[in-house]
Each structure stands twice: as structure tokens, then as C-alpha cells.
Design a protein around this ligand. Structure first.
Ligand code: PLP
Length: 487
């Protein structure tokens, strides 16, 4: 004690001239005040403190006027009591629909019982049970789990475990053209977007090949023995709902086996039952070495991401006490309420046959959209996808645009000029109370990823609305949009 004081005398000194620390409560909004903000104040705060540039796009689409008050099942409910049918589904984050009662009840009970959250000092029964459940849902030897809080974090973990397990000191990573794997710096390096990559200094050990091109992948792997990892979305979401045939995936598996390369399947968007199987790769009878889930894993109420690796891969990377902490759980990995939310979500997914429902209702959606494509071939270019992960591609009318529209269109934002999906999405919301999503890399594609609780009646409501809107013709659709900008 004495010795301590002698070594660190500053602890016993008080600086009487120091400025008093201001501990007065700043001007903080309360939860009740937050809930009561009106659209104008929300817009002002968003512009002032979050992202003024992004507000520009929200305004262009008319989304800035909507304040969501509540949500249930397939619907949002806005400040005027208007029910908005959700065919966007948070880019695949809402498999169970909004506020699933069983998920809410599990969370409520967990809180009422005063359970603990942070799980880094003690073992967590919740994280352990979630990891066991994920292993049970995963085929083959995919049974070692890393828990995080986002898709990017799960994919960072996936790429890192594969890179270490590849055993190559200068390991290179192959990724696909039009890929999206997240925006943190590691996975940003294998996200094929000039916009997102900006001018950041990125990880350099990467090689890009076209998606779905087995010959290109073979050439790359055979010409460079440093390639140790291949990272692919099983269905490209941001690329515009692009899939590859079974022969490609069988080829990827065989090629990786032959050259001792590890295959990482990004299932953050296409996994969790969305395509009609728990993992999209299960359609092709192959199993990757590592995979990742997020989005719907949090059952629409929590931020949960997971990397799931084959035990052999995991043990090579982090299997000894010496290597175990290299990529151990972060602060919020496996946090209590998030874990039990994911546990309940997985149980609901199977108890309510949501995967089967996705396959059945997805078939209905695709066949109705194909009928619309036949009816409006000059507007709809393609309908594609599996289950409830569907892409609706419009003809690029930037070159064929009716002359009457050119002057009007030239006033619009660059992002919208050649793209019908912006006009159609904005009017589906304004006139038909339906929300759809756009696609990062292909502005002509609307992404349909409704909750897996979607019914055939919901599909009919959506398709009837789209039919009605398209029957008005392109000139009227664009005109309607321009008018809404003035109003
Ligand atoms: C395929 C894929 N991987 C990774 C991510 C990143 O997930 P997050 O936004 O949760 O970080 C996304 C997000 O859209 C995605 O679609």
C-alpha cells in the first residue's frame, strides 16, 4: 500500500485549480419524445446527424413522408394508420414477419426473469444453445459457430477462418464480379463495387472472376497456387438476384477439393430458408467449407450474425489454446437476448413450416410475375429467383424512352434516369401501399424478399397492384412520378 503511493504520488494529489467537470445532463431526448417525433423533425435530425446525402434519395422516392408507428406480420403501419404491405422485407431480414408473437414473448420472458446479457466472462447457456441449433440446421460437418452482430462481421469471420486454415502464407482470395459481402474493410475488399470501395486502401490478396463461370475459376485456381479461398454468394442479392446452375456449384466443390482450396458460401441474404431450403447451396447437393448467416437469424428483433465452419477448418485456424483467442467472440457476440431471439426464431421457422411456405408461395409469385412479363414484354425484361428471393428486371428504357419523357427525365437524379424501378417503387408505395426494394448494382431490378410468412393472397395483392400500375404505360408512370415530386 505504502509502496504503491510512493510509486504513484499523483493519486494522492488534488489539482485545486482544475476546471470543474461539467456533469450536467445534456439536452437529451427521452424514449417517449423519440417515439413522438413528427416526419419533419425526423427529417431534420436525419439530415443534421445521420446522412444528409441519403436523405436526398429518400425524398426522391417519397419515403421521407412516411413515419412507421407499428408493424405486424406482413405489414408496416404508418402515422395515418395506413397499412403498407412489405415486399421488401429488410433485404431478407424478416423471415418471421414483423413482431412475431412467439419471438416477442420469448424476449419479454427473458427480460422479466432478469437474465444476463453480456457473455464474455462466463460461459453462456444461450450462445451455446444457439451454436448447437445452427449446427443442427447445417448439413455435413458444418458445426463450429462464431456469433456476431451483423452479416459483415459474420463474413469477416468466415474469410479469416478460411484464410488461416488454408495454410498458405500468402493466401489469395477469389471473389466474384458483382459480389456483395459487406462494408467493413476486409469484406469490402471482396465486394465488387466502385461506389462502396471508394478510394479506401483495401486488402490486396484478392482476385476477381465472373460469377457462375467455372472455366474462369478453374483458370484462376490452376494458374496461382497461392489461391486458398473462394468466396461466393450462393445467390447474388446486390447483383440483382443472380444464381448459377447446379453444374457450376458441383464444379466449384470438385475444383476446391482438387486444389485444397476452401469454399466460403455467403448465405447472409439467401440463407435461412429464403429460397425454399435452409441454405441455398442445398439446392445443388453440395456443402461449402464455411458459411455465414445474418439478417433473418435475428428474427427481425435482434442483430445476430453467425459464421459456421467445418470443424476441421475451424480447428486448423483456432484449435489450440495458443490460437483460440485470435478471433474469439467480440463484446456483443452471443449476447443473451439476441441469442434467445435467434433460438426462438429457428424454432418458429421449423414449427411454422416457413421454409416450405417460401418454396410454395415463391412459386406462385414467380408464375404470376411471368404472366405479367408476357402481358408487358416491353416493360418487364426478366423474372428470376427461387422461393421468396425474386428479381423483377425492367427493360432499360434509357435508350428507348419515349421522346415526350426525355426533357422530364433529364431533370431527375442520375440514379433514376434509366431505371423504371425507382418510378415503379415510388408509386407502388404512394398509390398501392406496397413497399419493394431496389438493387445496388442494377437499378433496373426490383428485389422481392417478403417475409417467409407471406401468403398467396399477399402475392395476389402485390401482383394485381403491379398489373394495374403497368397497365397505365410508361409515360403515365413517369408522369405520375414527376408530378409527385412537385406535390
Ligand atoms: C450477401 C450479403 N453478405 C453480407 C452482407 C452484410 O450484412 P450486414 O449489412 O448485416 O453487415 C449483406 C448485406 O446486405 C449481404 O447481402
Amino acid at each position: 500500500m505504502l509502496q504503491n503511493t510512493a510509486i504513484r504520488p499523483e493519486f494522492s494529489e488534488v489539482d485545486v485549480d482544475a476546471e470543474p467537470v461539467n456533469t450536467a445532463k445534456p439536452d437529451l431526448l427521452t424514449v417517449e419524445e423519440a417515439k413522438a417525433l413528427d416526419p419533419q423533425s425526423m427529417a431534420d435530425l436525419f439530415k443534421e446527424h445521420i446522412n444528409p446525402g441519403q436523405f436526398h434519395f429518400m425524398k426522391l422516392l417519397g419515403f421521407h413522408k412516411v413515419k412507421i408507428e407499428t408493424a405486424e406480420g406482413m405489414y408496416y403501419v404508418d402515422q395515418n394508420g395506413r397499412k403498407i404491405l412489405d415486399f421488401f422485407g429488410g433485404f431478407g431480414s424478416l423471415a418471421h414477419g414483423h413482431n412475431h408473437p412467439r419471438v416477442i414473448a420469448a424476449r419479454q420472458k427473458f427480460q422479466d426473469e432478469g437474465r444476463h446479457e453480456i457473455a464474455i466472462a462466463f460461459l453462456s447457456q444461450y450462445a451455446s444453445a444457439l451454436a448447437k441449433n445452427l449446427a443442427a440446421c447445417s448439413p455435413g460437418e458444418l458445426d463450429m459457430v462464431f456469433l456476431g452482430s451483423s452479416g459483415s462481421e459474420a463474413m469477416e469471420a468466415a474469410v479469416k477462418v478460411a484464410e488461416r486454415a488454408s495454410g498458405r502464407p500468402n493466401c489469395k482470395i477469389v471473389h466474384a464480379g458483382n459480389s456483395f459481402h459487406g462494408k467493413t474493410k476486409g469484406v469490402l475488399s471482396i465486394t465488387d463495387s466502385d461506389l462502396y470501395q471508394g478510394n479506401f486502401k483495401l486488402v490486396e490478396n484478392r482476385i476477381k472472376v465472373p460469377f457462375g463461370d467455372l472455366e474462369a475459376l478453374t483458370r484462376a485456381i490452376e494458374s496461382d497456387p497461392d489461391i486458398g479461398v473462394v468466396v461466393l454468394e450462393t445467390v447474388q442479392g446486390g447483383g440483382g438476384i443472380i444464381s448459377a446452375p447446379e453444374s457450376y456449384w458441383k464444379g466449384v466443390r470438385a475444383l476446391c477439393d482438387k486444389h485444397d482450396v476452401l469454399w466460403v458460401a455467403d448465405e447472409v441474404q439467401c440463407g435461412y430458408g429464403r429460397t425454399g431450403k435452409f441454405y441455398a447451396f442445398e439446392h445443388y447437393g453440395v456443402v461449402p467449407d464455411v458459411t455465414a448467416l445474418a439478417k433473418s437469424l435475428g428474427a427481425g428483433k435482434a442483430a445476430v450474425g453467425a459464421m459456421i465452419a467445418k470443424r476441421e477448418v475451424y480447428m486448423k485456424a483456432y484449435g489450440s489454446p495458443k490460437t483460440a483467442m485470435i478471433h474469439a467472440q467480440a463484446t456483443f457476440g452471443g449476447i443473451g437476448e439476441a441469442s434467445i431471439t435467434a433460438i426462438e426464431g429457428l424454432n418458429v421457422l421449423y414449427d411454422e413450416d416457413l421454409i416450405e411456405n417460401a418454396a410454395r408461395v415463391g412459386d406462385h409469385l414467380i408464375s404470376r410475375l411471368k404472366a405479367l412479363q408476357e402481358k408487358y414484354p416491353k416493360i418487364i425484361k426478366d423474372v428470376r429467383g427461387k422461393g421468396l428471393m425474386v428479381g423483377l428486371e425492367f427493360q432499360d428504357f434509357s435508350k428507348t424512352m419515349p421522346a415526350v419523357l426525355r426533357p422530364m427525365i433529364s431533370l431527375l437524379d442520375d440514379k433514376l434516369k434509366g431505371s423504371l424501378s425507382g418510378f415503379i417503387g415510388a408509386q407502388l408505395l404512394r398509390d398501392y401501399d406496397i413497399l419493394v426494394a431496389f438493387t445496388e448494382y442494377n437499378r433496373n431490378v426490383i428485389r422481392l424478399e417478403p417475409p417467409l410468412v407471406c401468403t398467396s393472397e399477399n402475392v395476389d395483392t402485390f401482383c394485381d397492384a403491379l398489373d394495374d400500375l403497368l397497365s397505365k404505360g410508361i409515360v403515365s408512370i413517369v408522369n405520375g412520378f414527376i408530378k409527385s415530386q412537385k406535390g
